[in-house]
Design a binder for this molecule. Structure first.
Ligand code: NAD
Ligand code: DAU
Length: 336
């Protein structure tokens, strides 16, 4: 089995590549542009394997994608590459549209023209928008995206599914809830709060901090994608939730307690525009059809994640230099 992974140098993609390399005998080709979020350090443990190959390239580059898919003839494409951060999509939507919509289109076309037998499009629960409690989105829920990021993911989901309906291409879409774990770029809630807390810097809480997210440990997500790659039915959507919904402030209180840092680090700041109040997913379908369920409970996963960030301060320092500082200034300076 040979798979082409896109975005394999990012947070979830690199966890997926490490997992596949460790637990299968498959060949992996990793296509990644290495944007600010892509980091080959995340793949140090697999880079010398003869079963692994890295290719730097843009999924929106038609010629490069077409040539790579034709040359590698993968048995499956697992598509992670995206501009993945909501705040960045608000500050600068252009690359989001370019990569998430046009890039997905280019990949789908290359897969279609080369008859790739399997295409897993990795998407998000954000496409369902904010849901009132106690509702949980099933795969049949209407799409109500709020940000340029979630709208671009919803659009790319629809495009991917249209390739099944129109061309009978064996596409499967996954929609996961909020991931956390090692190697996550410290722009997202959990790694940002851990990185700031470990350096005794303020923790910027948007609005009242009572927004609800469902937390999924990254390795659980990757095992869910493997289950769908193996058993998912073509043309279907599979939700992958963590089954652990918490208000942001609860997450932050837990994190501060585990890190041994004071609550006085919490700083309430101006809210995110269009901020979704609550995400909630039903993962009943993936459980029923593949047997997958999340295994890592939130407290264990969070403690493991904090330990990783503590032990990997040089990784954090490197990714927080340069571009990150400009972003941090742009996103947070006017919020206080
Ligand atoms: P990430 O930002 O950590 O990584 C994205 C990767 O894609 C990086 O390695 C980057 O270099 C690469 N990339 C970006 N643009 C590219 C392009 N044009 N061509 C090739 N490579 C490109 O993202 P992540 O958090 O690992 O998310 C991975 C996928 O999972 C995304 O599709 C995202 O929408 C989805 N997802 C994320 C979460 C989450 O909580 N992080 C939850 C559900 C779904
Ligand atoms: O739900 C899945 C999605 O989860 C993925 O599709 C996205 O790629 C991923 O970025 C994530 O989106 P969110 O917007 O939910 O994640 P983020 O970590 O940016 O924010 C989580 C919550 O924390 C949200 O309510 C906003 C809040 N927040 C975030 C940051 C970065 C803060 O209060 N302060 C912050 O500084």
């Amino acid at each position: 089995m040979k798979i082409l992974v896109t975005g394999g140098a990012g947070f979830i993609g690199s966890a997926f590549v490490r997992l596949v390399m460790a637990e299968t005998g498959w060949e992996v080709v990793n296509l990644d542009k290495l944007t600010y979020a892509g980091n080959l350090e995340n793949l140090a443990e697999v880079e010398s394997s003869g079963r692994y190959r890295f290719v730097q390239g843009d999924i929106a580059d038609q010629a490069a994608v077409g040539a790579l898919v034709a040359e590698t003839k993968p048995d499956a494409i697992v598509h992670f590459a995206a501009e993945s951060h909501v705040d960045r999509s608000i500050i600068s939507p252009e690359p989001v549209i370019q990569t998430n919509l046009l890039g997905t289109f280019r990949l789908l076309e290359a897969a279609r023209l080369n008859n790739v037998p399997r295409f897993v499009h990795v998407s998000t629960d954000e496409v369902y928008g904010s849901l009132p409690a106690p509702e949980e989105a099933t795969e049949k829920f209407p799409l109500q995206p709020s940000s340029p990021y979630s709208a671009s993911k919803a659009g790319s989901d629809m495009l991917a599914l249209s390739y099944f309906v129109t061309f009978r291409m064996p596409v499967v879409v996954t929609r996961a809830s909020n991931n956390y774990g090692p190697y996550q770029f410290p722009e997202k809630l959990i790694p940002l709060m851990i990185a700031n807390a470990l350096e005794d810097r303020p923790l910027p809480v948007y609005g009242d901090g009572m927004q609800i997210r469902d937390w999924l440990y990254v390795d659980d997500h990757c095992r869910g994608i493997l289950a769908v790659l193996d058993k998912g039915r073509a043309g279907e959507i599979y939700n992958i939730g963590g089954n652990r919904s918490l208000p942001n402030l609860d997450v932050i209180h837990k994190l501060l307690a585990l890190a041994g840092k004071p609550e006085s680090l919490i700083q309430y700041v101006k809210d995110r525009p269009g901020h979704d109040r609550r995400y909630a997913l039903s993962s009943e379908k993936i459980l029923r059809e593949t047997g997958w369920r999340p295994k890592v409970d939130f407290e264990t996963g969070l403690a493991r994640t904090i330990d990783w960030y503590r032990a990997n301060a040089p990784w954090v320092a490197r990714v927080r230099s340069g571009e990150y500082r400009n972003y941090y200034e742009r996103n947070y300076a006017n919020r206080v």
